[in-house]
Design a protein around this ligand. Sequence first.
Ligand SMILES: Nc1ncnc2c1ncn2[C@@H]1O[C@H](COP(=O)(O)OP(=O)(O)OP(=O)(O)O)[C@@H](O)[C@H]1O
Ligand SMILES: O=P(O)(O)OC[C@H]1O[C@H](OP(=O)(O)OP(=O)(O)O)[C@H](O)[C@@H]1O
Ligand SMILES: [Mg+2]
Length: 281
Amino acid sequence: MLRVAVPNKGALAAAATEMLGEAGYRKRHEQRDLTVLDPVNEVEFFFLRPKDIAIYVGSGELDLGITGRDLALDSGAPVEELQALGFGGSTFRYAAPAGRDWKPADLNGKRLATSYPRLVRDDLARHGVEAEVIRLDGAVEISIQLGVADAIADVVESGRSLRQNNLVAFGDPICVSEAVLLQRRGAEQSKAKSQLAARLRGVVFAQQYMMLDYDCPRTLVDRAIAITPGLESPTVAPLAHEDWVAVRAMVSRKKVNLVMDELAEVGAKAILASDIRSCRL
Ligand SMILES: Nc1ncnc2c1ncn2[C@@H]1O[C@H](COP(=O)(O)OP(=O)(O)OP(=O)(O)O)[C@@H](O)[C@H]1O
Ligand SMILES: O=P(O)(O)OC[C@H]1O[C@H](OP(=O)(O)OP(=O)(O)O)[C@H](O)[C@@H]1O
Ligand SMILES: [Mg+2]
């Protein structure tokens, strides 16, 4: 039985559960359940705090875990990424009161509040900066106003929390994070583990692509398939009207509207874009 850790609350929990559901695994029905057995797929899921997940996986007690890259780095646990999962994206950054041009070197001798002390200490050491790291559990942005810190290092997603507190981010991001599938560093591969990773990869790819179907005059098909080359090659199928063909190709979700505009301009008709739920490439 494969033992897999999943975030039980916070920013990653809903999307992680959703992705596992799309990949064909059993979902938990009760928010408070700490374990779910999926006998069909021979997996047991453990719903844990995202901060703790890398520790369980690094110790070898659990085979796989889903958590944030930043949280995994901060734990210091010996884990490695098998697959980036494309959700829970954020950057982890230094920030300080607006109105001054801050640089990481300015943190020397300052008090720096964060919920990710190891990630921050490692980065300060890389910059050769000596600062006092103050560990807080959350609401870190308010700590400067309340007088316990001079600067912070925190998760930035939209940047709204920084703006609301009149703070500016500075320096390169300490970490560019997203949710990741982890295993213990150097752990042996098993069929069960690679199957779960492949299923999640299938959902990640499916979310990044759309399926495009359209009809195209036979004379224009070369121009059309240059716009939609697909992954290997597009499907071109005959239609009842012999002057026309049907084309089917996967297209990057981000570019799909642009591609549809170009196809329409070339003379394609009945251009349909549909979601892909999962795939194996
Ligand atoms: N807007 C966001 N706020 C916090 N974490 C985010 C956000 N967007 C993505 N993340 C990622 O989610 C993970 C943090 O999740 P976690 O559940 O610990 O934080 P949280 O949602 O702030 O929960 P809590 O405040 O209860 O600790 C990190 O990997 C972080 O990069
Ligand atoms: O850039 P933004 O889109 O504003 O998102 C980032 C903010 O969201 C999170 O806080 P959360 O609401 O989880 O509160 P917390 O600080 O108490 O964890 C995170 O810690 C940042 O404060
Ligand atoms: Mg938080």
